[in-house]
Design a protein around this ligand. Structure first.
Ligand SMILES: [Zn+2]
Length: 242
């Protein structure tokens, strides 16, 4: 767990999962986290359908809009999407001039991504294994992934290692500040374990990425209850494509 939350207030229970809030830092998380095997079983039943693939053009278009500012700041270079789904953001990054790579743990999803977007490169790999390769990227995206994890620290370490000094990391997750009241939180549509297991507030991500050498560059505004933070990694600016 991100926070050991020894003094945690119970917010209630949903589908057998206890949701608690740390008294010290107000992080909300599932106390009885499912283990890896339980999560594997849960996500094994998820299959991408044809309708999803048909929406590809629209999804790529949306990602173009979300990535354009990073493109203007960085120029082109190497792009990585961690938890890339069917590769929509990768394809958008490729259109913006990046060499685009996506990683994803589901083999079904990776097969679909390769089929739909043959000009991007995809690997069925965890972020930890990918970081071990020593690869560095100018721009790393991790969208709507961290709230699904039963272990966040090692994941964020690996994510941080993959960004070159001076590079950017776009991190998005449901906004834990969007539902401030403790009462009724467990009924919120985004409070849905075992899909979502932790609800970060802005301050938590600033602190976590700060410890890993990142500062907030900007925040993408959205009408949705979603946090979209863009971090810059400290250190000298040196393009990753060499
Ligand atoms: Zn705490």
């Amino acid at each position: 767990m991100l926070c050991q939350a020894k003094d945690a207030d119970s917010l209630g229970e949903r589908d057998g999962y206890k949701i608690v809030e740390c008294e010290a830092c107000q992080l909300r998380q599932v106390a009885n986290l499912p283990d890896d095997a339980a999560l594997d079983r849960y996500y094994a039943n998820w299959h991408m359908n044809d309708k999803y693939a048909r929406q590809a053009r629209k999804k790529v278009w949306r990602w173009l809009g979300k990535l354009i500012r990073a493109r203007l700041r960085l120029g082109t270079g190497r792009f990585l999407d961690v938890g890339c789904n069917a590769g929509f953001a990768c394809e958008a990054a490729r259109h913006l001039g990046f060499a685009a790579t996506g990683i994803e743990v589901s083999s079904d999803t990776i097969s679909a991504a390769r089929r739909i977007f043959p000009n991007c490169s995809f690997a069925q790999q965890s972020v930890q294994d990918h970081a071990k390769s020593g690869a560095l990227y100018d721009l790393v995206l991790c969208s709507e992934v961290i709230e699904h994890l039963n272990e966040v620290h090692g994941f964020l370490d690996a994510l941080g290692q993959l960004v070159r000094p001076g590079g950017l990391l776009i991190l998005t997750t449901p906004d834990g500040d969007a539902y401030p009241e403790a009462a009724g939180f467990v009924a919120w549509k985004d409070a849905n374990p075992p899909q979502h297991l932790v609800w970060f507030r802005r301050k938590h991500l600033l602190e976590q990425m700060g410890q890993r050498g990142f500062t907030l560059a900007w925040q993408q505004k959205t009408r949705k209850p979603s946090l979209r933070l863009v971090f810059r990694k400290s250190g000298q600016t040196k393009a990753a494509n060499q």
